[in-house]
Design a protein around this ligand. Sequence first.
Ligand code: PLP
Length: 400
Amino acid sequence: MNIEQRMHNSKRIFGEFGGVNPSIHPSTTFTTLKPETMQKMFNGELEEAGCYLYGRHFHPNSLQTGMLMAAIENTEIAYPVSSGMVAITTTIRQIFKDGGHLVSSSEIYGGSYALFKNVLPKQNIDISFCAPNDIDQILEMTNDKTKAIYLEMHSNPNLKVPDLLTLKDFLKERGQNPKIIIDNTFTPLTYTPKNLGADIIIHSGTKFLNGMSDFVSGMICCSHQFLNELMDLNDGELMLSGPVLDPISSWKMHQNLHTLPLRIKEHSARAEELTFMLDEQQKFKIIYPGLTSHPDHESINEQFNPRFGYGGILAIDLETQTNAEKFVENCQNQGLALNAVSLGYYETLMSISKSSTSSEIDENTMKENKLSDGLVRISLGYFGDLEDQIEKYYNILNKI
Ligand code: PLP
């Protein structure tokens, strides 16, 4: 079944008065009507949807949004939380309650890297950092104590891509079964990591999922079993810390997820067109997974969902910080983009990675990952006349 059909089949919920949209349910507590029902809930005996207890656990709007998100990622369930970082920390803390070994890509969002490098080792968790697309290295680092492997589907910001299909096959051959956690923030719909062997898919919902840059959120897409662990009354990370996304934001996310397929197709189509034009100009190196020159292009083609394209993010290597600053400033002055972090907005957002969203990564790792001083990450929006924009980009680059 294709993704849009899965979304369509996700449970239809009408508003309280028959509204075509669901209602918002801003209640922190819910009556169970019968006292024995409450006792059963505390005993973990009642699982059917509709039995709500307390707003820190989940509420009608979080459940509705989670079900739609699960349809998108093809997981059993999904749980909306208050940020992407919460999705990451909660998941990691649950899996590594009593320590263990984590293999993580070293080319990940700077905040995730800082958490893994600076915080987790103090909590009895050993970390090995790998190149995101080097399966041999990942396998070399993985041992019987490895509880999880953490990768971004398009690494931030060089857009390297792990070959999950091969990784899963090799792990199986070796009888190893670490949880594969994928951060799919850059590429919702472009990949369905669950179908490629991932166990848990994480998102910063702040980005493409919501698409409006108006609130911060995250998603944990997983099995019922893992969500039950997270919700355990006695040691569940979600249960005990309470980062559930609030009803109003959950409702907004639910609304906006319905347009995700249309938005992603448009982001991707525009990014592809711009990329090919700028690549032909041969002035600066363009990084985009859709280019045949991309080092992982072959494995990308085996893994992605072609109907959604190669995603809305590209990068240009302008070689020096000064060039990058000149480029970003000109783009902003000519109304092409906003110099802002984040991504997945309808306007184009761009930032110089090394001095912003990757600045937490240590100098040696940046060198190993070939993170250039002049790398500008572009999240291409879908507003404005693309032909006109391409001409402007072309002229700006020509003058640098
Ligand atoms: N993962 C990726 C790939 C990101 O780019 C970000 C944020 O920029 C995060 C996770 C963290 O998400 P949030 O800012 O919603 O906490």
